[in-house]
Design a protein around this ligand. Structure first.
Ligand code: SF4
Length: 182
């Protein structure tokens, strides 16, 4: 049987940009250049679920990490990650290689090295402070909530694998980094 027993875990929107907050995507559906890199090396892909799509749906506004940093959202992340972690453990126990996880830097959920922070809250219509609230948006070091939960869940079952990310603001600039990662 022909298989190389190598698998990579990738964020959902890398191969389905429709899940992203409307207005954000730099590709039509699949980030083909990224997928081609993986395909050239015959690596299998496990697509992670999109936590924001599942919990908030496609009509959501863009959020900052603080808005998702609730016990409920973290528990929901864990719930949807359970089958992923179970499969990952099964593969590793059977001698397969899980190369790592590719997240989306800048995302409040899926950032790995960077996420977004701000004082977002309150009613949008008739809000005199809306402009100053939006100005609090900044990129900060650290992971998004979903990636934090994935990392700690994996560690709880004894799995330590590397995490990297593509840059949400300029996905094409991340291709060299991904090529090195795999
Ligand atoms: S970065 Fe994560 S939460 Fe945001 S659209 Fe992609 S998969 Fe969904």
């Amino acid at each position: 049987m022909k298989r190389n027993k190598k698998i990579i875990l990738i964020c959902h929107c890398i191969i389905n940009s429709n899940s992203k907050v409307e207005g954000l995507s730099q590709y039509g559906g699949i980030f083909k250049e990224f997928v081609n890199l993986i395909a050239e090396k015959d690596i299998g892909i496990i697509q992670l679920p999109c936590p924001e799509m599942i919990v908030y749906g496609i009509k959501r506004w863009g959020h900052v990490k603080e808005q998702f940093d609730t016990l409920f959202y973290r528990e929901q992340c864990r719930e949807m990650l359970r089958p992923i972690v179970q499969q990952t453990k099964s593969y590793i126990d059977a001698g397969y290689e899980i190369l790592g996880v590719v997240g989306i830097d800048g995302s409040p959920s899926c950032g790995v090295n960077h996420t977004c922070s701000g004082e977002f809250r309150g009613e949008i219509s008739n809000n005199d402070e809306l402009e100053s609230i939006l100005e609090t948006l900044k990129e900060v070091k650290g992971s998004g909530v979903f990636m934090e939960e994935l990392k700690s869940y994996l560690e709880e079952v004894g799995i330590k694998i590397p995490f990297t990310a593509i840059n949400e603001n300029d996905v094409y600039s991340s291709l060299d980094k991904i090529a090195e990662f795999i």
